[in-house]
Design a protein around this ligand. Structure first.
Ligand code: ADE
Length: 227
């Protein structure tokens, strides 16, 4: 998979993309990630990438020209099955979308900062408008990272068998996993459930299924999700 990200503050992305699973996925050549600094596509004297919104209002908007130039250059080189525009106005990103994206060959992220991007960029290029939740962040960089993390770990061969994503919460619809414990078996006054120490595989499986139910029901309740 190839991922391109166009951003006005690409530095915000560097460390998270070069750490942990995403770094490993790149080392294993399962994914290539390219950052594009919007400022490299601004050609006026001051390399200006933002301007005041028409009609007034607070904040500065990212101008359309640098985005158009960068996107058109990338599109002249390859096709993208998804051109993702991160925005709180989009469809809320979920595990199903992550699974779908994990099969893509090329994905391009267009991310805004400050007040946002001139809407003509979204209108012309976006194939997927995605939000990571109903709150407003200072830019689309963190949402892009969230989406990339969720997608990259699902690319076959990125996780090893013991880390397999198959049993992850949400991988099987809205079903959450049972809680996990490691040593010590007793910590402070808190004891790991006896069944996990029993060595009885059948009992453990039953307990995990039961706990998965308990946590899923509790999750639905606190998130106001109907049965
Ligand atoms: N940009 C700002 N806030 C966002 C959000 N919640 N999701 C996606 N993009 C955003």
């Amino acid at each position: 998979m190839r991922i391109d990200i166009i951003s006005a503050v690409p530095d915000l992305l560097v460390s998270p993309l070069n750490t942990s699973i995403i770094k490993r996925a790149q080392d294993k050549q399962k994914v290539e990630i390219f950052l594009h600094d919007l400022r490299d596509y601004a050609h006026d004297k001051h390399r200006q990438i933002d301007d005041k919104p028409f009609g007034g209002g607070a904040g500065m908007l990212l101008k359309p020209e640098p985005f158009f130039e960068c996107i058109e250059k990338l599109l002249s080189e390859r096709n993208y099955s998804h051109i993702v525009f991160t925005t709180p106005k989009g469809k809320v990103f979920d595990q199903q979308t992550a699974n779908r994206f994990s099969l893509a060959e090329n994905i391009l992220f267009i991310v805004g900062h400050y007040k946002g991007i001139d809407d003509r960029v979204r209108e012309r290029f976006a194939t997927d408008e995605l939000s990571i939740g109903n709150y407003v962040l200072s830019g689309g960089e963190l949402p892009a990272l969230v989406i990339i993390d969720a997608v990259v770990r699902l690319i076959p061969g990125v996780l090893n068998d013991s880390e397999s994503a198959l049993n992850d919460s949400f991988q099987d619809g809205e079903v959450l996993e049972a809680p996990f414990y490691t040593r010590p078996a007793v910590f402070r006054d808190m004891k790991v459930p006896d069944v996990l120490l029993s060595g009885d595989d059948k009992k453990i499986r039953l307990w995990k299924a039961e706990q998965s139910n308990v946590f899923t029901e509790k999750w639905k309740k606190i998130n106001n999700i109907a049965e």
